[in-house]
Ligand binder design. Structure first.
Ligand code: GDG
Length: 503
């Protein structure tokens, strides 16, 4: 990081997320080792934790039988930002495997994921999963209190004693109840802290949200925070609306405030960014991997029904039907990263994709060309950057998506002149903010095919103009900017502070 990029919080920051920023694995000698995560969020947030004497609370990715087994230090060769997170900077949450499975796969992935993506027919509302979600959230809250006490203790012995209030940042739909319990316990113990929450997925409209039998409890849990952040204003307004209609809270839609329990909770749009410069650097260094004269249309997604993969393949098929001039000149490269493979909906989707890819390829393949190259698996960061750089079109067409980082990574890596074209769905947060992309409704298969055709035939000067604007915005609003915006919304960025009230 150069100086401008160093983000610091005024008080120590405790991050709480379902997963720690690394996973633990056992090597063949039975010894625990760390595997670092390379995601943008971890890159941006880990330094704030490390520099500010903070802690990270989360599940380590493995069920440890011995609760006292220590967390190992990172590998000495590890140069990722998580390497700075020494084991005394980490609180590892341990939950009984059966309860964890029901909380994580059952409640988070089988209920909240489809419901919050406005696909309620895919959700299974099982009381048992909800009860285990409550148990798991209580355990995360208990571990966070342990972290808070240790941070307060070490702060009181440091030079800045008592000046800066610790900040607790809770992440995502796995932990929507924890904040309220943390607030109550901290109040009982007389410990001052600020609580912030960020939801990485969409927040649905009231008419969908109210289908969840325990919707009041979710809102009350989130309102335990001082500030609740979402990617875009629409999700903020949905949340404010639910607080008013479910709980009868007094709200201010213009200033995005909710009154609850005698406090005013701020609601803020905080669109996440990517480590832009890191992707540019990867794109500059990555060797060429696509040896082809054809234009590549690129899709990169977890294999998830929200990502609109089946609709995307059908749109590509329609393109080949309606515009046969693209045959043998264009290929769709789809990377589908295996995800939640224990859940039936995901197993069914894999089958459907396998069949559809086979059918379309069987229909159009010639001796010299196959229309779809389908990779079921992950590729390395270098390879991904090369794909982003060397593709003519980035095709990001989810049916619903909180933000979508792939759209942003694609434009960061488009360093060659003339550049390619980004196509994005209006139902992703990215579609709301990346105005110069071609906007494509994934449900309209034939018009989606026309939009792909338009992108394939777009004049160079229009491509350059659109891509320049897209890249400029993403460079400015990168992931460090996001972290800074969160701290600023919490009144915890270095020395500034501000307050809001409903007048
Ligand atoms: C949730 C929300 C929101 C993908 N394939 C490979 C690979 N990836 C990386 C991408 C990107 C990330 O995975 C996917 O991020 P998305 O944003 O697209 O999607 P979700 O996983 O659903 O994330 C989403 C996000 O949280 C952040 O708030 O934007 O809406 O659903 O970074 O690069 N990385 C590598 N190989 C692959 O094959 N190395």
């Amino acid at each position: 990081f150069d100086n401008e990029d160093v983000v610091t919080s005024s008080g120590s920051m405790i991050v709480v997320s379902n997963r720690l920023p690394f996973v633990l694995q056992r090597n063949k000698d039975g010894k625990l080792i760390r595997k670092a995560s390379a995601g943008g969020l971890v890159t941006a947030v880990a330094p704030v934790v490390v520099n500010g004497n903070g802690l990270w609370v989360g599940w380590p990715g493995i069920h440890l039988e011995d609760p006292l087994e220590p967390i190992p230090e990172s590998d000495p060769n590890d140069i990722t930002p998580t390497a700075g997170l020494k084991s005394d900077k980490v609180v590892s949450v341990r939950i009984d495997p059966k309860i964890f499975n029901s909380y994580y796969n059952g409640c988070c992935n089988e209920i909240f994921w489809p419901l919050f993506h406005s696909m309620p027919d895919r959700a299974t509302f099982k009381g048992e999963h909800w009860r285990n979600y409550v148990i798991a959230n209580k355990e995360f809250a208990r571990c966070t209190m342990k972290a808070l006490k240790s941070v307060v203790k070490s702060d009181s012995t440091s030079a800045s004693a008592g000046q800066n209030i610790p900040l607790i940042w809770v992440h995502d739909y796995h932990l929507m109840l924890a904040a309220n319990w943390i607030r109550q316990s901290a109040e009982e113990e007389g410990i001052a802290c600020k609580l912030g929450f960020f939801l990485h997925i969409p927040f649905p409209p009231w008419d969908i949200f109210r289908l969840f039998p325990w919707s009041d409890e979710i809102l009350q849990g989130m309102l335990g925070c001082d500030m609740v952040g979402f990617h875009i204003t629409d999700y903020c307004l949905n949340f404010v609306d639910c607080c008013q209609r479910n709980l009868g809270c007094r709200v201010d839609r213009k200033n995005l405030l909710v009154e609850h329990g005698g406090r005013t909770v701020r609601v803020r749009p905080l669109p996440i960014g990517i480590p832009f410069d890191r992707f540019v650097e990867l794109a500059e260094k990555a060797p060429k991997v696509l040896s082809t004269t054809q234009k590549i249309i690129l899709g990169v997604d977890r294999l998830d029904y929200t990502k609109g993969l089946v609709h995307r393949l059908r749109a590509f098929e329609s393109l080949l039907e309606k515009h046969p001039e693209h045959k043998e000149n264009v290929s769709l490269l789809q990377i589908a990263v295996p995800s939640r493979t224990d859940v039936k909906e995901y197993q069914d989707l894999k089958e459907e994709m396998d069949q559809l890819v086979g059918r379309i390829n069987g229909r159009f393949t010639t001796p010299n060309w196959s229309p779809i190259r389908y990779i079921y698996g992950a590729v390395s960061q270098d390879e991904l950057a090369a794909f982003y750089r060397d593709s003519a079109i980035g095709l990001v067409t989810p049916l619903r998506d909180g933000m979508n980082l792939v759209a942003k990574e694609f434009v960061a890596c488009q360093i060659s002149t003339p550049p390619g074209v980004l196509i994005v769905s209006p139902f992703a947060g990215a579609g709301e903010t990346m105005h110069e992309a071609l906007i494509c409704n994934p449900y309209e298969i034939t018009s989606a095919a026309e939009i792909i055709h338009r992108a394939l035939t777009m004049p160079e000067d229009e491509r350059i103009l659109r891509m320049n604007y897209l890249r400029r915005r993403e460079k400015l609003n990168d992931v460090n900017y996001w972290t800074r915006s969160f701290l600023s919304a919490m009144g915890s960025l270095a020395t500034q502070d501000d307050h809001d009230d409903i007048g």
